[in-house]
Write a protein that binds this ligand. Sequence first.
Ligand code: SAM
Length: 205
Amino acid sequence: MLMNKIEKAAIDNPARRALQRLYEVPTLLRLAGGPLPPGANAVEIGCGPGYGTRLILDRFRAAHVDAVDLDPAMVAKARRRLARDAHRVRLAAGDATDLRAAFGAEGGSYDAAFDFAFIHHIPDWRSALDEVARVLKPGGVFVFEEVTAHALARPSYRLLFDHPTRDRFTAEQFLAELPRHGLAVRGSLTRVRGDYLLGAATRMG
Ligand SMILES: C[S@@+](CC[C@H](N)C(=O)[O-])C[C@H]1O[C@@H](n2cnc3c(N)ncnc32)[C@H](O)[C@@H]1O
């Protein structure tokens, strides 16, 4: 489900970028056990305007990132933001549940997959996890930062933003789903009230 205008403004501004740079990425780097190995090939799903992709290149030190978003306008913004790294980034407009269509991604294509808050936008969110697991190599890492049903039920979220209204997940439901897709949580997690969940999981072979 695409973002409405208010959510687009809420995620694409200097304050949100500072939050990603100064809190979210340092937390995710700690939970994932540090930057990716040299030469790592990553995919970012639901890349929005591409600031997360920039941080995957610079802070997680991915050698290459495939970044996809359902919204062609977001992909165009990301393309402008990432122009100086065009040789390390491939962008596509496409659906999270079909990375074969977006990039020709076969099973086991990536060392890392990144979810900066896109899965709660997908009505059939389990299919998105299926696709993450399919495209990861055994031993690859799934880095996630998610927004739970608890947050989406808050008046601010309900009044301002558009999200799927059925089959939302709590943090516990999201975590319970991971092993069903061969994804095992690495060590600890970070929870912000009941609203946000940050963590990393390994794709089991
Ligand atoms: C909350 S935004 C997060 C954007 C970016 N990752 C960030 O953190 O700034 C969710 C993004 O998921 C995208 N999205 C929603 N449904 C999608 C789908 N089925 N496939 C790919 N992207 C999708 C939206 O267009 C939006 O850019």
